[in-house]
Ligand binder design. Structure first.
Ligand code: PHE
Length: 332
């Protein structure tokens, strides 16, 4: 009987060691150690034995069952560790930026728009300029002819920075302060575009972002007219979107341009997209930058790049542009 027990236990322990899954192991546990197992059968047959026989068979049986229980537990630990490793492997994220042998990503939609527009304007002989996103009151407002108490300061909901005096330092609300920086540092003729990020204290929705991007265009030279302004807007519209697109101007007001207008783009289907503001650079603004308004005139326009890029690519909610979801970003 003892030989039988040892043989059965040796077979059982081989089968346990060979179990390939936790499910299979659970089945073996019941089959080899449960109430109906072959080993449990020996308990009933022990009644036929004498005292000494019962003792020997009983202890062999206990030893066999104990070692099988141990074998099941350690095989269970091994299989669980394998399962955890496989799951971790399956859910692994590759956080390296450049993935060898795979597509290493591409520029964001808005960056693509900036680069395309820079190419258009550089091709016309414009330079590209940049300015700081944290601005002083002079560049963001005062030099742009916003009077100290002018209500137009409220047209743009400003984020103030806790530096300097009260309301002295702002997150720039538009790219127009870069006009001032360019005119302060260069003599006309000036033909410049100025892309960049801007900030407004606004509630965010599908058509408004609190952090967005603009492109500013500034021309200052002798004999610049409103016709040059309208023609330049129409030219970049067609260059960016294609020949089926046109533009129109509507009278408006900005302290830093006179006359001022808003401009809209017309899609090939006839519908309109409100895009930006423009006008002839106000003589006070030229004078603030040391440029003689009797000798030079200029035009400027500025518009939202996010809206432009979203329109081109059929993105209907501007908030998507701030998304980091690769399923969105991969489409463009
Ligand atoms: N800076 C203006 C805005 O953000 C747009 C603008 C730019 C208007 C240049 C006129 C000239 O609303």
């Amino acid at each position: 009987m003892i030989d039988d027990i040892r043989r059965i236990a040796a077979d059982a322990s081989d089968r346990i060691a060979a179990a390939a899954t936790l499910d299979e192991l659970g089945g073996l546990d019941r089959e080899l150690l449960g109430k109906t197992s072959e080993l449990s059968g020996f308990k009933r047959r022990m009644g036929e034995l004498d005292h000494e026989g019962k003792r020997e068979v009983g202890s062999a049986l206990n030893a066999a069952q104990e070692s099988l229980r141990f074998a099941v537990a350690s095989r269970r630990d091994q299989l669980a560790a394998v399962a955890r490793r496989e799951q971790a492997e399956a859910e692994r994220l590759d956080l390296t930026e450049v993935r060898a042998g795979r597509d290493a990503g591409h520029l964001h939609l808005v960056t693509q728009a900036i680069e395309e527009l820079e190419d258009v304007f550089v091709g016309l002989g414009f330079t590209v300029a940049e300015g700081p996103e944290v601005e002083d009151d002079w560049h963001n407002f005062t030099a742009l002819n916003f009077g100290q108490y002018h209500p137009a300061r409220d047209m743009q909901d400003t984020f103030f920075v806790g530096l300097g005096g009260p309301r002295e330092v702002v997150m720039r609300t538009h790219t127009s302060p870069v006009q001032i920086r360019v005119m302060e540092s260069q003599k006309p003729p000036i033909y410049s575009v100025m892309p960049g990020r801007v900030y407004r204290n606004e509630a965010t929705d599908a058509t408004h972002l609190a952090v967005f991007h603009q492109l500013e265009c500034l021309v200052v030279d002798r004999g610049i007219t409103f016709g040059h302004l309208a023609g330049t807007i129409d030219m970049f519209t067609k260059a960016y979107f294609g020949p089926g697109w046109t533009s129109r101007l509507r009278p408006s007001y900005f302290p830093f341009t006179e006359p001022s207008a808003e401009f809209d783009l017309q899609r090939p289907d006839g519908s309109w997209l409100e895009l930006g503001g423009c006008g002839m650079v106000h003589p006070n603004v030229l004078a603030n930058c040391g440029i003689d308004p009797e000798e030079f005139s200029g035009f400027a326009f500025g518009f939202g790049l996010d809206r432009l890029a979203a329109t081109k690519h059929g993105v209907t909610d501007l908030r998507e542009l701030a998304s980091t979801d690769v399923r969105f970003l991969e489409q463009f």
